[in-house]
Design a protein around this ligand. Structure first.
Ligand code: KG4
Ligand code: ZN
Length: 337
């Protein structure tokens, strides 16, 4: 079965072809360079970029996979959450393709797809299903959440951020320090390069109450802002801030994952989203899972950030488990959440 995935929830216009959980092509065209001067995504620019690049991205994905649209058995499209104008572009385009080619279509939750990205190009068909139930986590630019994943369409939220997402905090810290956008990779690079001994004790929110599973990253962002404002503003201080900030947010994430393991007793864990690109975070999570004897699934690097292969993979799972009658995008509530 060949699934064409379409992703347009934020600033990546992505189209991919997936055949039984293995990736045939994975085309990602990003408008990040257009947002960089503003230090964050400008929704109007993102939408216009999708309109322009969604067709070339589709052509490229089909060409790379040596397939034509006639070979496609299913269309999977991100239905939310995301920027409304960006989502609308992808959904309208997917519906048109579905209508013109009489191809079934399924709407996919972007966050659940990030979690399923852990199984892309790693498992034989059908293997994803055998991994349920597991703990899922999304660490991205818009979300920081943990779930019990019972099946491809049954994700129960355990904890979520009450304000900023972790990736957003990385981006804002980079903006405060005038380091560029997106901030995550730059802050990580600075943190890794720092070999000094000075560490700033930035706040670790919501960790004192041993049971709380939610996150909050707005306080640390403000703490960085005030620290930088009152500092000597040298390059070395930027490095110390990046290192200390990264340590603090990773400490928080690790302590919350530990709590989720204890609260659920589930021994499988899959974590996706742009922030899982971060090597220090990956290492700390690997260490924790080793100690706790939890089976860990991490996405390959090319599937951490927004992509359409993960959308196709989840669409395929939903199609296979729920059958063709569940597909009306219109029937799904909260389409543009
Ligand atoms: O999943 P993603 O591509 O888009 C959303 O769905 O939000 O995640 C993008 C986020 C950005 O905030 C970016 O700064 C962050 O992921 N990110 C990182 C790293 N690479 C990307 N954060 C920390 N360390 C990284 N190496
Ligand atoms: Zn994402």
């Amino acid at each position: 079965m060949i699934t064409l995935g379409i992703e347009s929830s934020c600033d990546e216009t992505a189209v991919a072809l997936v055949e039984d959980a293995s990736v045939l092509s994975n085309e990602v065209s990003s408008s990040v360079h257009l947002h960089a001067p503003y230090g964050g995504v400008i929704p109007e620019i993102a939408s216009r970029y999708h309109v322009e690049y969604i067709y070339p991205a589709t052509k490229k994905a089909l060409e790379d996979a040596s397939r034509t649209i006639e070979d496609v058995d299913l269309i999977a499209v991100t239905q939310g959450p995301g920027l409304p104008g960006s989502l609308l572009t992808g959904v309208a385009y997917a519906k048109a393709l579905s209508f013109a080619g009489d191809i079934p279509i399924v709407g996919v939750n972007h966050l659940y797809a990030h979690i399923l990205s852990c199984f892309l190009d790693r498992d034989k068909p059908g293997d994803v299903k055998s991994k349920f139930p597991f703990i899922g986590m999304v660490v991205s630019g818009g979300h920081t959440s943990t779930y019990v994943c019972a099946s491809s369409n049954d994700f129960e939220v355990l904890g979520r951020t009450l304000d900023d997402a972790v990736g957003e905090a990385f981006d804002k810290v980079a903006k405060i320090l005038d380091l560029g956008y997106p901030g995550g990779p730059i802050v990580e690079k600075r943190a890794l390069a720092y070999k000094g001994k000075d560490v700033i004790d930035f706040p670790r929110a919501l960790v004192k109450d041993g049971k709380n599973l939610d996150f909050s990253f707005s306080g640390i962002k403000t703490a960085v802002l005030y620290y930088w404002r009152d500092s000597a503003k040298t390059e070395e201080i930027k490095d110390i801030i990046c290192f200390s900030f990264q340590e603090a947010v990773i400490d928080v994430i690790i302590s919350k994952i530990k709590r989720v393991f204890a609260a659920t007793g589930i021994k499988r864990f899959a974590v996706g989203g742009g922030v899982i690109n971060n090597e220090t975070l990956r290492k700390r999570i690997c260490g924790l899972c080793r100690t706790e004897k939890v089976e860990l699934f991490l996405p390959r690097k090319e599937f951490c950030s927004d992509n359409a292969a993960m959308i196709a993979a989840l669409g395929e799972e939903i199609f296979n488990s729920e059958g063709p009658d569940t597909f009306s995008l219109n029937a799904k509530p909260g389409l543009y959440r």
